[in-house]
Design a protein around this ligand. Structure first.
Ligand SMILES: NC(=O)c1ccc[n+]([C@@H]2O[C@H](COP(=O)([O-])OP(=O)(O)OC[C@H]3O[C@@H](n4cnc5c(N)ncnc54)[C@H](OP(=O)(O)O)[C@@H]3O)[C@@H](O)[C@H]2O)c1
Length: 247
């Protein structure tokens, strides 16, 4: 019997490390055809090669999610390689923690460009395909910091993750019918995300906080659960944390 993942074409941004990489490997092992996007093409090619060596199907494309045309090219690449797109996972993200008074405006710009505009560009690229197919599934990665403000230091990051939740829920409401929308809100997960803070005192707090982190495969399994549901069931939100995490 089909697991409802087998044969699906799944596009994943930020697939070169962390949650995106783990999700690509997990879904490919369950029979999905995965299309990987991120800036570090060599890493993507290594992951894609591993997947193909294990008998799976994968394609890799260099993508900077701050460039709308790169997302259009990624979705077109998926269509060229596999003929359709079933799931668009808007996962690429950056977490740069620092108090607002530090005025690290370059980091604010980068987080807004990657975490918010990057998600919107991914939605814009896949939505026409989903509408034409009359089916599709958006999975957008927010955070527990998109439910509660991570403060001090996480105000802007939280702002971007609140935005992802708001956009996802509005999208779900607007497109309804045959297109599914899931928002994932993870707590501390082991990945390269914890290395993204240039403000040293905040970076130290983050490293301490991430001692409780759980493996990226935990999120991959949650994503698989959302995808494997029958087409008339839309898992709207999944919140998951380390059992030990209070925030
Ligand atoms: N880890 C956690 O505790 C946690 C918790 C809640 C939510 N999240 C969210 O989960 C998502 C994935 O993060 P992660 O934890 O897996 O961190 P990660 O290991 O740092 O992965 C981030 C990914 O995003 C990609 N990326 C960054 N900027 C990009 C850009 N401009 N264009 C294209 N790709 C870009 C990176 O690839 P390249 O550098 O190769 O481009 C990388 O593949 C993020 O949205 C993050 O906010 C993580």
């Amino acid at each position: 019997m089909s697991n409802n993942i087998q044969g699906k074409v799944v596009v994943i941004t930020g697939a070169s490390s962390g949650l995106g990489e783990a999700t690509a490997r997990h879904l490919a092992a369950l029979g999905a055809k995965v299309v990987l996007g991120a800036r570090r093409l060599e890493r993507l090619q290594t992951i894609a090669q591993d997947i193909m060596t294990a008998g799976g199907e994968a394609a890799a494309f260099a993508v900077d999610v701050t460039r709308q045309q790169d997302l259009e090219a990624l979705v077109q690449g998926a269509l060229d390689a596999f003929g359709r797109v079933d799931v668009m996972i808007n996962n690429a993200g950056l977490m740069a923690i620092s108090p607002i008074r530090e005025r690290r405006i370059d980091e604010w710009d980068r987080m807004i460009d990657i975490n918010v505009k990057g998600v919107l560009y991914g939605i814009a690229a896949a939505l026409p395909v989903f509408e034409q197919q009359n089916s599709g599934h958006f999975i957008n990665i927010s955070s527990v910091a998109g439910i509660k403000v991570f403060s001090p230091g996480g105000s802007v990051y939280s702002g971007t993750k609140y935005a992802v939740r708001a956009i996802s829920d509005g999208l779900r409401h607007e497109v309804g019918g045959s297109i599914r929308t899931t928002t994932i809100e993870p707590g501390a997960v082991d990945s390269e995300l914890k290395l993204g803070s240039g403000h040293q005192p905040s970076a130290e707090v983050v490293m301490e906080f991430y001692k409780q982190a759980i493996p990226a495969e935990s999120v991959a399994r949650a994503i698989a659960y959302a995808i494997e549901q029958p087409a008339d069931v839309d898992i709207n939100e999944i919140v998951l944390r380390p059992t030990a995490q209070d925030f």
